[in-house]
Design a protein around this ligand. Structure first.
Ligand SMILES: Nc1ncnc2c1ncn2[C@@H]1O[C@H](COP(=O)(O)OP(=O)(O)OP(=O)(O)O)[C@@H](O)[C@H]1O
Ligand SMILES: [Mg+2]
Length: 326
């Protein structure tokens, strides 16, 4: 088994909101090995981006309290490391791709120049070597006519092309971990598939660990080997994508899987999940999903822990726990 690049254990954190601590993540577990693409899925507000930001210590220190757990990156304890040592990882050992590529690009500088600067910042290459690497980096992300694109400005490119450039930048330092937070959400479906294929190919070629964040289980299904399902800051299920899709165990995951267009029976309407997302300021006692859960019973007034059901398949649900132990 390859070594873990990212190992998050029992991570709980809260934000100070209007003077009151609000619990945002509770006992989050997430492991990614080199070359592995792990999906993090959950609806809006479930804590996906907060998890991504915590990994590189980008949460505002004034309002963030880590109440339990650890984040290890290549064996380095992120939460107890100094800001300087974590800053050295950002952009170099940990690359980022976000939803909107323009936020990562400078609108007033040509693509070639931006890539050149990033490559120089994170390497000891000479100007000539860095220039050659700009061309190679654009070719690697399958940009046709890189010699033209090098001299263009971001606004001259399509959204998909811009995202390719951002991926080229993020990968140029050969990071051990790539965090892609909704990288294709702003793109149309065909471009989405191309970008996801590209991320998959790069991870394989370079042995990069990838955390692919999406609210869309379909995106995860086609790209990742494993998936972690987050609900209101808690991991409700995790496992191999094939297992989780074929045999979702948590009622929340079951609802997500049912709402996948490819999986829902043809002609049937898409399921929407009844009830409302919880108000994190009043995190209910017991199972966080219980207020919306069609299968809840007495035991659900207690918090379930993540229980191993199968080799790599775990679920935080009392209904499953009682079934598997019976
Ligand atoms: N700076 C902040 N201060 C206070 N609360 C915050 C802050 N950033 C995020 N939150 C809260 O943390 C929770 C998790 O937010 P997060 O952005 O991680 O969700 P997400 O899963 O990425 O959602 P989306 O799919 O909309 O991107 C939400 O309740 C959000 O309101
Ligand atoms: Mg987000």
């Amino acid at each position: 088994m390859s070594e873990l690049v990212l190992d998050i254990k029992d991570l709980s954190l809260s934000f100070l909101t209007s003077g009151t601590p609000v619990s945002i993540l509770k006992s989050v577990e997430l492991q990614i090995a080199a070359g592995e693409i792990v999906g993090l899925v959950g609806e809006s507000g479930s804590g996906k981006s907060v998890t991504a930001l915590a990994i590189s210590k980008l949460l505002p220190t004034q309002i963030t309290t880590f109440s339990s757990g650890s984040i290890y990156f290549n064996g380095m304890d992120i939460l107890t490391s100094s800001e300087e040592s974590v800053a050295q990882l950002r952009g170099k050992k940990i690359g980022f791709v976000f939803q909107e590529p323009m936020t990562a690009l400078n609108p007033t500088m040509t693509i070639g120049k931006q890539l050149f600067h990033v490559i120089r910042r994170h390497s000891d290459l000479s100007k000539e070597q860095a220039q050659a690497k700009v061309r190679a980096a654009l070719e690697e992300v399958l940009i046709a006519k890189p010699e033209i694109v090098e001299n263009q400005y971001p606004f001259q490119l399509s959204g998909g092309m811009r995202q390719r450039v951002v991926i080229a930048m993020a990968m140029s330092a050969n990071p051990a971990l790539l965090i892609a937070d909704e990288p294709t959400t702003a793109l149309d479906v065909t471009v989405q598939a191309e970008i996801l294929n590209l991320i998959g190919k790069l991870a394989k070629v370079h042995g990069t660990a990838v955390l692919l964040i999406s609210h869309d289980l379909g995106v995860i299904a086609n790209t990742c080997s494993k998936v972690t399902v987050l609900y209101a800051g808690e991991v409700v299920e995790t496992g191999k994508v094939s297992d989780v899709l074929r045999t979702p165990l948590h009622p929340y995951t079951q609802a997500l899987v049912k709402s996948l267009p490819d999986i829902a029976a043809r002609g049937s309407s898409l399921e929407t999940i009844a009830g409302e997302f919880p108000d994190l300021r009043k995190r209910p006692e017991g199972c966080i999903y219980a207020p919306r859960c069609p299968k809840k019973f007495d035991k659900c007034s207690e918090s379930p822990v993540l229980m191993k059901v199968d080799n790599e398949h775990s679920v935080a649900c009392w209904a499953q726990g009682s079934r598997s132990s019976s």
